[in-house]
Design a protein around this ligand. Sequence first.
Ligand code: NAD
Length: 515
Amino acid sequence: MSTSALPDTAALAERARTALDRCRVDRPRETAGAAGAARTPITGQELFPLDHDDTASVDGAVTAAHGAFTSAWRDTPAPVRGQLVHRLGALLREHKDDLAELVTIEAGKIRSEALGEVQEMIDICDLAVGLSRQLYGRTMPSERPGHRLMETWHPLGVVGVITAFNFPVAVWSWNTCVALVCGDTVVWKPSELTPLTALACHGLLMRAAADVGAPADVHRVVLGGREVGEALVEDRRVALLSATGSTAMGRAVAPRVAARMGRYLLELGGNNAAVVAPSADLDLVVRGSVFSAAGTAGQRCTTLRRLIVHEDVVEEVARRVVDAYKQLRDRIGDPFEESTLVGPLVGERGYTAMRSALERAGADGGEVLVGGGRRLAEEAGDAYYVEPAVVRMPGQTEVVREETFAPILYVMSYRTLEEAVELHNGVPQGLSSAIFTQDQAEAERFLSAAGADCGIVNVNIGTSGAEIGGAFGGEKDTGGGRESGSDSWKAYMRRATNTVNYGGELPLAQGVRFL
Ligand code: NAD
């Protein structure tokens, strides 16, 4: 790839402004000397300065969202709340290209993945609109004559949403679309690395609110870093804090929310593995692994980081994966280029982490089979383009047990399925996992209670690329939260158990007699 292939920062800034204008979103104030900035990993440069919020303005946002909750939104019928999300879905369809443009500029995702991320927002809108008529409670038989026992679901209040850079819009929409139909209002703190996508989403939601007559304060966005997030964490009016990011962030946030008896929902780091059995279809293994491990430049929470391969096929699998990686070499670079498959890392932090992990793996006896180098170092300046790496490891050492948020795939071998499962589960994280096998009994054992210990367990597909219909989330250091589909909506509501006496007598439960 040549220097001229990298767009210049001024052109990217102009593209970002145009996308915001097309969404008819208020442009951020580009005040020189502002506390923050919009940046792009494509060149590693600042696009323009941008105001950040302070703790006083976070307080104002929560006050506004709390007011909208108590004065209107919680009492609006759920199917009417669904109309807001329906309208948002229509605007997202209309502005899919514009949002994808901003995702590529701010997160560095290749065009097709950026479009896919916006599609995920559209899909969750559809799911949430349907959900707005399906917030079911159960009815149970009462042991007392003339009584009815049932449960009803009610909105919680303000939901604080803190998101990571690598899914700058999808994770917001999983939370916000479901929270809104559940009757909650939302204050969103996006990653400090992706403020423009956040302003665009907020702007489109405000247009949707105006179109359907919903209160504007059902949603607020606050920009800034950790201190802005901490203000949400500490605010007692934030009934649920949904936080997505590193395990270190989750560890800082969870005890503080718990100390004020708030609820939290955590979506944290992963260290995902695929087991490759001797019967596996190796074509599927190679395609599934390369997309899961090198896609999004290894910056997905569900990125495949460990390949645990049966000793009979490990040499062949490693050779074929390495061959596929060699084909990626010329397809690293400008994420706007149609032919690019691997865009930039989000910044120097990811690059330093990758270099350090490769050094440690080497010291542990690992051999880099392919990749690991920096591309375009001269031309890209402050941007970090890397060759995805495959490392053959003699065992699961400490560095392999950590999540390095960069494209490194560790290959290890096993003899028995028990050994494979032990290696698989022998890490602190528990997000996504897969087995490649043609042996159904083996697949079932992997899916069973004694198998993989993750929130997502797949057969014959890779670890990344979940659909919104299922609940998304993971166990152990991944935080235990579930978002998106299935019954994840229950996290955004409170359950009341109701006993109604229509019998005219007052029998007590458990046969207790009193008076
Ligand atoms: P990060 O932890 O650096 O930041 C995430 C968000 O938390 C940002 O908005 C940040 O400003 C905020 N934050 C950080 N410390 C905070 C604190 N003490 N109080 C309140 N807010 C705080 O993560 P990142 O680098 O943006 O994203 C990468 C990480 O996110 C990876 O570990 C990845 O696996 C994880 N992730 C997980 C999921 C999931 O669904 N499990 C999805 C996407 C990303």
